[in-house]
Structure formats: structure tokens, C-alpha cells
Design a protein around this ligand. Sequence first.
Ligand code: CMX
Length: 426
Amino acid sequence: MASLRDAFKSKIANLREDVDRLVAEHGDKVIGESTVAQAYGGMRGLKCMVCDTSIVSPEKGLILRGRPLSELTHLSPEQTFFLLLTGDEPDEAQSKDLQTELAARSDVPGYVFDTIKAQPTSSHPMAVLTMAILALEDKSKFRARYNDGMTKNEYWEPALEDSLDLIAKMPTIAAAVYRTRYELGDLIDRDPNLDWSANLTHMMGVPDTTGTLGDLTRLYLMIHADHEGGNVSANLCHTAGSALSDPYYSVAAGLCGLAGPLHGLANQECLRFHLGIMERFGKLPTKQELHDYAWEVLKSGRVIPGFGHAVLRDTDPRYTALHDFAMKACPDAELFKLADLMYEVVPGVLTEHGKAKNVNPNVDALSGVLLYQYGVTQPRFYTAIFGVSRALGMLAQLVINRAMRTPITRPKSVSTAWIKNQVGAK
Ligand code: CMX
């Protein structure tokens, strides 16, 4: 049985050889072009970076290591990290080994809790989570080894060490942010009998009234882990890491992007949107009422959170995974019924509106509803839970990039005057 480290190590030589040959033999071949619209339009669709952990197909959605998400939702988040990093699903012994390793690394130094407690309760949980991760940076083995001198070939080893340390501590840190930020009393110790996911909600102090809280947490943390390389959080982590900023800095950079309302914060916005509707109508609205309200929102210049996507052009399979779960766990919950009503009404309204390229729901249309239903009733915390999960994907990508000796990111920017000159515009 090879541990995660050995399993990944055994792949590196082949990966390097493969890519070195590809670049040597085909380095000058064109794989895409960039247009003026892309340069001004958030580089949408521009093929200029590599990510082997997952891809997002506009029609099929998330595909992890060549397999659609729908085939993989049985995996725990830790097993997903193994898969993302090595390309292989871990066997039972490897899964157990990784669990044990994460448990052994889970202690968080006291000064990290002090950092969390020092922030005012007005601070957003994402800001506090990011600060807490930066407080841990002094423990970076990557930075220590770099300062001592190491070759490029060795970068991946301390990068993986830092990644495992950080992943192991993320639930404890996030739970401390939650309990401190919402003044819920003393911090709760990790339960050695629970896995990485279940420990997060256990340490948050969320009561498990149905015995299925662990299942929801595992699913939530699994489906949010990775979404190829170009999304804001993964891209920011990648760019910071390419400068050889260590994994703590790099994940913090990614989380700062995740905190934006068009990206990870959409889950908070979406739940607030749902609660706002319930408050306004005092009951489940009729289809007509929801239709009119959606139009009111659009006319006021706001977006309808939980719908649309930069890459997807169909219903997000992460939404489908959560929907399947909700159908079993809370089919009669009012908020779930509202989410279903939104699914019936909003795509039509967005189609009439005529702007959004994708009128279907994304993961955020349901993720907050489920958390709320299970007793996590503070929407501002939702993105922090997303962050715990997204750290897995960001770090798998980062370790692979250090193993592949990926150089510093430095695309070329051009000026508007240059573009005008280039295309012959006045
Ligand atoms: N409500 C209203 N308008 C929307 C919309 C929505 N849900 N989705 C897209 N549009 C609008 C855009 O704002 C844009 O308008 P302008 O031309 O006036 O700027 C137009 O439709 C075209 O946008 P697009 O090309 O379809 O989508 P983008 O790639 O620009 O943006 C996204 C993608 C996700 C930011 C956008 O769909 C949105 O704001 N959705 C709501 C927020 C949300 O749910 N975000 C979560 C994304 C999930 C994830 O990060 O994985």
C-alpha cells in the first residue's frame, strides 16, 4: 500500500517526461487564439493554462480526473484530494492512512485562535478565516526549506507537507471562526472518532438531530473541492504559488477571491435571497409572485444569485447532487420548496431578460438552503465552509504545479492604444 506521498511521487517522473516531450515536440502549435472581446471580457474561454485535476464541461459540468461528478459523490473530501492529486481513487488502506495522517496534523497553535478572537464580530468570516491561515504561515515547511536551499525537483515535497498540515487544520480553524464570530461559547474539541468532514460541523457545534449531518458535510465538502484551474479562487492560488509563495499564502490569496459575491459568496447571497422572499411574502410565493419579484430584482440592476455560470451552459451537476440529497433529507422544507419553485420560474425569466448565457441553477442555488435546514443559520459563514473544501482543490493543483516545476505566471497585458493600433480601429 502506497501512502498519498508515495503514490504521488511514483507519478512525477512520467508526468514530467510526458509534458517535457509534449512541449519539445509541439511547443509551437496553436491551441487557441485571443480576441479583443476576451482581452476586455475577463479572458473568458481563453486557453492559456493547464489544470489536470478537473475540467468543467459547459454541458456536463464538473469532471474530476476524467470522471463525471455524478460517479464520484460517494468519495469523502479526503479521498477526493487523493484522487485530484494522484489521478487514482484511493483504496481502503490508503484512505485510512490519509485520515490518520490528517488527524495527527490537526493541532492548531494557540496564537491562531488568538488571531481569530482579536477580530471584531463585524469582520466577515472569510476575512477572519484568511487571517487565521496567514497566522499559520510561520509553520511553512516550504518556506523553511526554500530558505535553506532546495532544488526545483524537491519543491513538491514541502508543498505537500504544508498542504496536508493546512488541510488537517482547516476544520478546526473554520469552526473556531464560527463559534467566535457568532459568540457561541467555548471552542469544541475535535472528536477522534469522527472523520475530517464530520469534525467540522461537530466543532462548530451544529446539533445532529437526524444522524445525517455528517453525510451532508461530506457531500458539501466533496462537491466544492475543485472546479478546474481558471475560476477566481484556483487561479489566484495558482498565480501566488507560481511566485513560490508558500501554500499558506497561496490558499489565502485564493480565499480572498472566493469571498467575492460573483464567486464563492454567492451561496450567502442566495440564501439571503431566499429568506428575503419568505419574509416579503410571508409564505411560499405563487409562481406569478416569484416571476414578478425576479423581474423586479433584474430591473433594479441586481443579479439573481444561484443562477448562471461563466463556463457551464446547463444545470450544474453539483446542484443535482445536492438536490438528490435534499429530496431524501428534507423534501417538505419550505426553503427547499422555494428553491424548487425558483428552478421552475427563474430560467424562464432570465431567458426573457435575454442576457445570461446560462439560465440554469448553479451549486449555490441549493447549498445554503441545505446548510440552513441543518441548523447553520448564519449565511455569512457559508463561504467559509466552501473555503475549507476549495482548499483541497487549490492545494492539489498547487502541489502538482510544484512537481511540474511550473514557472512563474506572467501573461502579457497590452494597452487599449495597442489594441486599437493592432486591429486598425480609430
Ligand atoms: N442574474 C442576472 N443577470 C445575470 C445572471 C443572473 N443570475 N447571470 C448572468 N447575468 C448577466 C450578467 O450579469 C451579464 O450582464 P451584463 O452584460 O449586463 O454584464 C450577462 O448576463 C452575461 O453574463 P454571462 O456571460 O452569462 O455570465 P458571466 O460569465 O459574465 O457571469 C456569473 C457568470 C456566475 C458571475 C453570473 O451568472 C452571475 O452573476 N450569477 C449570479 C451569481 C452566482 O450565482 N454566482 C455563483 C457562481 C458559481 C461558481 O462560482 O461556481
